[in-house]
Design a protein around this ligand. Structure first.
Ligand code: FDA
Length: 536
């Protein structure tokens, strides 16, 4: 496990003086079950499937199924005392009430894709609420332009598939990876390859159901507009357990176009990336062109490659014409393009080259227990880098193993929504960077090396990215930017990462948090703090 994470966890443990022996664990389980039975009508048969103590044979497989970062799947990773796998809403309500009664911490997990594992790791005694059974998706094409109620534990792939079952020209603008969970993704903002046309995922959320800190269920009307605003980009884990979201669907053409262009430094990758910065955020909103910068070894020499992947919501002829005029450095030809349906384009983004040979059912695969070792960080660029600056980045990148940068263009209709209309604040940017390191080998040495490389690219990008504060995307969870033990100076600590994730929206998030959860029951290492008692 990363040294920094370990230090964080140990300092937590010290501040809470908690070390859970197996005897404590048994008592916690017995107390929890007693409470759970008191507030629900659960049968003894169901109980053993819903509340899993560490001794249950289902405990480890259930925990591991949705661990998506192998760094947190080791024997030294702290484990929950109990996993609760609710089947109905009342189980979620009971989980909140009983965890609160026992004065423990509840980690909420939908798809488990939190990059730093905050949905299933903690140093204090904690329980995991695993929402993987909450996966219903109900699509209604007759509701306005089409809508869907989707439960938090559904994956994006399940949502896309259920829409496709009913219509080939309806879609939903959310993340590219189909195994990502709806609960964390949507409440954290959510973006995908239609962001420039349709904006963020949260721009299409029209209702939600949530269990609050008192165990009460609310919809949008009864939770009020402040809380509804907060869970649209402010992260769910600070405010309650989101059971489901209602989303509006969007319409897409029957035929869309995808293309890829790969260039090495010898093929003028530098010129292409430089020009990309001017074109990608300003071109037709129906065109999304992502660039991946990596440093592979070719002929025993490390070099830098730029791989461009694009989705155009229209025909190949149109996009080739557009790119010939606006972006000749790309050298896009009709034969680089593939026309297909929108659902097939999702399969193409999953790296299936021949999409006719793959069935959309693949979107339903959850790929349990398939984690890699990884670390991510994020940045926002507001002004294009010059060619010499990019060149210096390329040269440095060429010295770093297994580190890459993913450049995602903004602009288009993303800017149509005001910065404070949703809790997600980073709209008026040129592009977002995901700093990315993924590696295959376990152990502290590999972790030190590759996370070190990642932090090096993050450091060298400092002059070229947003400042005061340096902004970050909540869904690219990064505990390097600050953590909170929710002690006496919880607000001050929360402000450090909170301003980076939420900018000026942080203040309203704190006010909402204080109003709906004054005792700070829903907390994690980067949750929204409450207003300090002496300032209320
Ligand atoms: P997980 O269950 O780990 O939850 C993440 C956070 O949300 C935790 O703090 C958790 O407590 C909280 N939470 C989860 N469910 C909740 C609920 N029901 N109620 C309240 N709080 C809840 N992002 C993006 O915008 N576009 C993309 O294309 C991608 N692609 C991508 C690919 C891969 C492979 C990974 C690992 C991640 C991404 N992401 C992404 C990031 C992703 O959007 C982010 O990690 C989400 O928070 C994941 O949501 P899960 O429910 O899967 O995570």
């Amino acid at each position: 496990m990363d040294k920094m994470y370990l230090i964080l966890l140990l300092s937590f443990a010290a501040s809470y003086s908690i070390s859970l022996s197996s005897a404590d664990s048994v008592t916690t389980y017995e107390d929890f079950v007693r409470c759970f039975k008191n507030v629900t009508s659960i049968t003894d048969d169901d109980l053993s499937a819903v509340i899993l103590p560490r001794t249950s044979v289902s405990f480890t497989p259930t925990l591991r199924a949705y661990i998506r970062n192998a760094r947190f799947n080791t024997s030294s990773t702290p484990k929950p005392s109990i996993i609760i796998v609710p089947r109905v809403d009342s189980h979620v309500q009971a989980a909140v009430i009983c965890t609160k009664t026992l004065n423990l911490q509840l980690k909420i997990r939908s798809g488990g894709h939190d990059y730093d594992g905050l949905s299933y790791v903690s140093a204090v005694t904690f329980l995991v609420l695993d929402l993987s059974n909450f996966r219903n998706v109900t699509v209604d094409l007759n509701d306005g332009g089409g809508s869907a109620w989707v439960q938090s534990g559904a994956t994006l792939g399940e949502l896309y598939y259920r829409i496709w079952e009913k219509s080939e020209v309806h879609a939903f603008p959310a993340g590219v990876c189909p195994t990502v969970g709806v609960g964390g993704h949507v409440s954290g903002g959510g973006y995908g390859h239609m962001i420039r046309k349709f904006g963020l995922t949260i721009d299409h959320v029209v209702d939600a159901t949530i269990v609050d800190a008192n165990g009460q269920i609310h919809d949008r009307k009864s939770m009020g507009e402040d809380l509804f605003w907060a869970i649209g980009g402010g992260g769910g884990g600070s405010f309650g357990v989101i059971l489901a979201f209602k989303v509006k669907l969007v319409e897409v053409p029957k035929t869309v176009t995808v293309f890829r262009v790969d260039k090495s430094v010898d093929e003028n990758a530098l010129d292409m990336v430089h020009k990309w910065q001017f074109v990608a955020p300003r071109t037709d909103p129906g065109l999304f062109m992502r660039v991946l910068l990596s440093s592979p070894t070719q002929n025993k020499t490390r070099t830098v490659n730029a791989k461009l992947r694009a989705l155009y919501l229209g025909r190949a002829d149109d996009v080739v014409l557009k790119m010939t005029e606006e972006f000749p450095e790309l050298g896009l030809k009709k034969e680089d393009c593939k026309e297909m349906t929108w659902i097939q384009s999702l399969l193409w983004w999953m790296n299936h080259v021949d999409v006719d040979k793959v069935k959309p059912e693949i979107l339903l695969e959850r790929e349990p227990d398939s984690a890699k070792f990884l670390k991510r960080k994020s940045d926002y660029v507001e002004k294009e880098m010059t060619k010499p600056e990019l060149n210096r980045l390329f040269q440095k990148l060429a010295t770093l193993d297994r580190t890459g940068l993913v450049l995602n263009p903004y602009g288009g209709n993303l800017n149509a929504t005001a910065v404070n209309e949703t809790a997600f604040p980073h709209r008026h940017k040129l592009y977002k960077i995901q700093h990315s390191a993924t590696w295959p080998d376990a152990g502290p040495e590999a972790e030190r090396l590759y996370i070190g490389n990642l932090r090096t690219t993050y450091k060298i990008m400092t002059p070229f990215v947003s400042k005061n504060p340096r902004s970050s995307y909540l869904n690219y969870r990064d505990i390097d930017i600050g953590v909170n033990d929710h002690g006496a100076d919880s607000y001050r600590k929360g402000e450090i990462y909170g301003r980076k994730y939420f900018g000026e929206n942080f203040d309203r998030l704190v006010r909402v948090k204080t109003a709906v959860d004054p005792e700070n029951f829903f907390r994690n290492e980067q949750s929204i703090p409450t207003v300090p008692p002496n300032r209320r």
